[in-house]
Design a protein around this ligand. Structure first.
Ligand code: RB5
Length: 152
């Protein structure tokens, strides 16, 4: 498995810790975030990470900024991306099972590092359930692709 990780200046330490945590599980992790604590614009790494996911270069992505909000907003503007900000493992698990999230985001100023690892694990270990969820994910992706939702 190969993942991409993106972060801003607030989340450099979290990035290294999560990257190592994933690598220790045998997952390859590509770093497209900043390695500096100098002020950095989160859309840059959010976009880069999302593009790699959308282009199929990696299997998914982890996004970290202060809240997880800005970087996931940027990532979700890339067609094909379903990035979910989660502050606990339950939502992270369901983001994959029901929403087929291909990126997970969290805030370095919101969750502790051990909770962050649990969030990443919950998302990684869950499987998309399809079934009744597929129509809804398709609707989300119709909005993503066309900016509209027809037939409602
Ligand atoms: C940086 O100050 C902060 O705005 C950023 O890390 C993130 O929380 C934005 O959503």
């Amino acid at each position: 498995m190969k993942l991409v990780i993106g972060n801003d200046h607030v989340a450099v330490d979290y990035k290294w810790e999560i990257k190592k945590y994933l690598e220790d599980k045998g997952i390859e992790v590509i770093n497209v975030g900043t390695d500096s604590t100098d002020s950095f614009n989160y859309p840059v790494s959010g976009y880069k990470a999302a593009k790699m996911v959308a282009d199929g270069e990696v299997d998914g992505g982890v996004l970290i900024c202060g809240t997880g909000v800005g970087i996931s907003l940027a990532a979700n503007k890339v067609k094909g991306i379903r990035a979910c900000v989660c502050s606990e493992p339950y939502s992270a698990k369901l983001s994959k099972q029901h929403n087929n999230a291909n990126m997970i985001a969290f805030g370095a100023r919101v969750v502790g590092i051990e909770m962050a690892k649990m969030i990443v694990d919950a998302w990684l270990d869950a499987e998309y359930e399809g079934g009744r969820h597929q129509k809804r994910v398709d609707m989300v992706m119709e909005i993503d692709a066309t900016g509209e939702l027809k037939g409602i």
